[in-house]
Design a protein around this ligand. Sequence first.
Ligand SMILES: [Zn+2]
Ligand SMILES: [Zn+2]
Length: 134
Amino acid sequence: MTDESKVSSGHCLCGAVRYEVAGPLTDVHACHCGQCRRQSGHFVVAASARRADFTLNENGALKWFRSSDVAERGFCSECGSALFWRDGGDEISINAGSLDQPTGLKLESHIFVADKADYYEIDDDLPKHQGFAG
Ligand SMILES: [Zn+2]
Ligand SMILES: [Zn+2]
């Protein structure tokens, strides 16, 4: 479980994009879809935050790439770090690798498992979904 009062922070590899989350991070999932794979080089572990809790402290280098009809992916245009995913909803998905340690998070599920690459196996007992969870 996540602590309601926790403030999380994170940044891209070069530090040109920095953010804070003044609330809980939830739904920690590994996404095995082809888009995450292409953008990150592997699968992506991400957590969700309420947009109202999310603050960009440094964002001059943040760029948004429209990756589908419904979603955009945020990345640092200086160092290329893949950072965020958002659609029209009131949450933002944050790539967990960009969070400052310790995150206190635990992986909870796998999504888009049918699209995973062929060079690894998903060999834990966490819930596995063909598409989005739920
Ligand atoms: Zn950067
Ligand atoms: Zn994905």
